[in-house]
Design a protein around this ligand. Sequence first.
Ligand code: ADP
Ligand code: MG
Ligand code: MG
Length: 885
Amino acid sequence: SAYVFTFGGGVRHEDPRSRDKTIVGGKGANLAEMAGIGLPVPPGFTITTEECIRYLAEGADFSDELRAGVKAALGHIEQAVGKSFGNPADPLLVSVRSGARVSMPGMMDTVLNLGLNDETVEGLAAISGDKRFAWDSYRRFIQMYSDVVLGVDHHLFEDALEIAKEDNGFYADVDMEAEHWQALVGEYKQIVARELDRPFPQDVNEQLWGAIAAVFDSWDSDRAKVYRRLNDISGDWGTAVNVQAMVFGNMGNTSATGVAFTRDPATGERAYYGEWLVNAQGEDVVAGIRTPQYLTKAARERAGAKPLSMEEAMPQAYGELADVFELLEKHYKDMQDIEFTVERSKLFMLQTRSGKRTAKAALRMAVEMVEEGLIDEATAVKRVDPMALDQLLHPTLDPKAPRDVLGKGLPASPGAASGAIVLDADTAERLAGRGEAVILVRVETSPEDIHGMHAAKGILTARGGMTSHAAVVARGMGRPCVSGASQLSIDMGARTLKIGGRSLKEGDVITLDGATGDIMAGLVPTIEPELVGDFGTLMLWADKHRRMKVRTNAETPADCRMARQFGAEGIGLCRTEHMFFDASRISAVRQMILAEDEAGRRAALAKLLPEQRADFKAIFEIMAGLPVTIRLLDPPLHEFLPHTEAEFAELSDAISIGVETLKRRADELHEFNPMLGHRGCRLGITFPEIYEMQARAIFEAACEVAAASGEAVVPEVMIPLVATRRELEILKALVDRTAQAVFAEQGRTLGYMVGTMIELPRAALMAGEIAEVGEFFSFGTNDLTQTTLGLSRDDSAKFLGAYVDQGIFQRDPFVSLDVDGVGQLVRLAAQRGRATREDIKLGICGEHGGDPASIAFCEKTGLDYVSASPFRVPIARLAAAQAAL
Ligand code: ADP
Ligand code: MG
Ligand code: MG
C-alpha cells in the first residue's frame, strides 16, 4: 500500500516513492536501494513519513489503512525468512528503527529483538541451538524496549546487570552464561512491573505497535526539536519507521557487528575505516560498552593494538564487506557510512548513507574522487559544505608551543580548542551564553547533550570510539573532539576529574587537539591556517565556476592581507570610523566633534588627514590592482565621545577646553534614536569638511601609491545611508571637487567611482533616481534589514530566539537574509538601478555577504559581487560557485 513499502526478500517496487528519502526517510530509501542492487539486506518494510505526520496531527491514532498495510508487510517478511511473528516454535524477530529524511540524532533509538516473550524465547533457544544467545537477546530486548518505548530509566537495568556480574564474580558481559541471562531477565521483568505497575508486554503485536508509536512520538521530542532548530530542519518532514527482520551478531564467535566508512572520515584518506565487535549486537559498538576493535589489519598494526582485526579474524566475511564498500561507492559516488552484522559467518547490510566527515576529509575526498574519475569538478565543488570550511580557516595548535600533555584519547574530530572544563551540557550552555570558552567533558555523550556540545568549544569523552555519538556529532558540528580517553575518570558528585594521575576540577582550563587526541593542561597558543593542497585545488575549481566576485570587509592592514591570502578580489567595505578609534587619534576626533564651529573642526581634521591618508595608503598597497570601496564616516558622532570623568579631564587638557563646556557639547549630541539620527550622509550634509578631509585622504593616498607602484588603484567612494537623490548629488559634487583639486596638485588623474549604500527602504524604492547620480550600489543589508523590519540590530537578540523557536523567522534575519521581504527591496533596487544605468555595479556588504543562503540569493539577483569578512572569503567563494552551478 502507499502507507508502507516493503524491501528485500526479492521485491522491487516500481513506485519511485519506495526509494524517495522524503517518503521513506534516508535509512529506508538506502535499505531499499541496497536490496535493489542485490546486497544482502534482511527483508523489512518502511512506514512513510507521511503517516508520521498524519498520526501526530490526528492525536496519536493509527488509521485502519496503516494497520492493514503493516499486517500485509509483516506477512512479506514472514514469507521471506520463513518464520512467523509471535510463533513460539520459530519466532520472527524484528528491529524497529526510526529514519527521517536526514539522519537525525534525537530520534528514537532502535529497538532490537522485538517479538520476544516468555514463550518465543524458548523457541529461539531451541531453533538456534544456543540458549545463551536466546536469553541474551531477550534481556537486551526488555532493556531497550523498556527504556525507549516505556520510559523506564535504563540505569535500573544497568545496575541490575552490574550486580549480577558481581554476584557471579564476572568481569565482562561475555562471561555471563545462559542461566545468568535467564535469571537477569526475571529481574528485568520485575523492574518493569515495579516501575510501571503492569507487566512487560508479552503480546508481540502490542510490542510492535508500541514501538511504532514511540518512533512517531519521538519526532516531537524536545531533543529532536533542538536538533532541528540547530540544523534548519523543518518540523513538517516527519520520520519514517523501519521494521526489519533481525539478524544476529550475538550468535557466538562466528558472529559480529560493526560500523565502517569506505574512506577515513577524519582525514579523507582512501582506506577502509571501521570498528567491529565479535559476538555483539547493534549499539554495542557505538555505545562504548565494550571497546571496539579495528576493522583492518593495517589500522590495527598502526595503533599497535592486540585484538585481531576483522580482516584477520573473519577473512571471508571481511572480503565480502570490502566488495560491498567498492560497490556502494561506485553506486552512490560518495563516501559511505555503513552498518553491518555477521551472523554465523554470513554478512548482512543494515544501513548505508553518505558519511559525515570533517572539512579536511571532505576536501580530500572531493579532490581524490575527481582524480579517480568517480565525480566531476562541478560535483566536487557542490559536495563540500561551505560553512564546513570554517573548521580549516581557524587556528590550529602551534607545533612549537610547549604542551603539558595530561593524556590522550582518539582524534575524533580535528581542530584545536581551549576552554574551562564543564561536566554537563546545561552548564556548558549557560557559561557559553555568558561568552565563556568551555570544553564539555563527559563519560560519553548522548543526544540529550547536543545543546551543550553545540555551546562548547570542544568535547572530551572517556568512552566511545571514532564512531561514537560524541565523535559523529562533533564532526558534524565542526567541534574539535577527543573521544575514548580511557585514563579519564570523572567524579560527578565532586565535580572533579582525574587524568594521567593529575586531578582537575570543573572550571580548570584545558586544551584539546582533535587531530592528535592530545589532552593538555592550560591554554596552548595557536597558529593561523594556510590554504594549500586540496583546499587550494577545490578553491581553484570553485573559482572556475563562479560568476560573482568575492570581496572583503576589512580596514586594517592585517585583515586586508589575510583576506587577500584567502582570495579576496577587492574590498567591498572599508569602514573608516574604525580608524578613528585608535588611541593616538581619538583626541583629534573628539576635538573635531566637540568644536564649536567650522574653523575648530577644520583644525582638528587637519591633524587627522595625514593619519587617514596613511591608512588608505597601506590598504591600497596591499590591495594593489583591486577595487577598494571606502565608506565615508557613518556612525553617530557621540559614539566617539568621552564617557568617564577621566576621559573628559584628559581631553580637556589636550584641547584646552573646559570640562564643563565639553560636557555640555556632549549633552547636545545626545540622541534618543541614534541609529535613525545624525549619522551616515547626514554628517556629510551638515559637516561637509569631514567628508572632504576623508575624500582628500583617499585621493592623495591613491595618487601616491599609483606613483610609487604604477599599479592602478581604483577607489570607490561610498556614501552611507542615502535616502534621496539630492543627498547623493550634493556629496558626490563634494567628492568630485576634492578629487579634481588633488589631481591638480599631484599632476595626475585616476579613475574612481562615487556610489552609495542602499540601506534604507526609500533608497531601494527610489533606486532609479539615485542611480542617475550613483555609479555603484552596495546593499548594506544589516541596516536594510534593521530599517525594513523595524528591528534593532543591537536590541533584538533578546527576543529573536523566541521568534526563531516559534517559526516566525526560519533563521535570524541578521544572519541569513530575509529573502522574501528585504530581498524584495534588493531585487527591486537592482532592477531600477539597472534600468537607469545599465552598467551600474552592484554588490552586497552586509554580514549576509558571507552566508551561503544569502549568497545564493545574490547570484539569483545578478549582483556583481559579495563582500564578506576575511575569514568568510573562502566560504563565500565556494558558496558563490555552488550558487552559479
Ligand atoms: P541509528 O540510526 O542510531 O544508527 P539504527 O536503526 O541504524 O540506528 O540501528 C542501530 C544498530 O542496530 C544498527 O547499526 C545495527 O547494528 C542494529 N540493527 C538494526 N536493525 C537490525 C537488524 N534488523 N538486525 C540486526 N541488527 C540490527
Ligand atoms: Mg539511534
Ligand atoms: Mg544506524
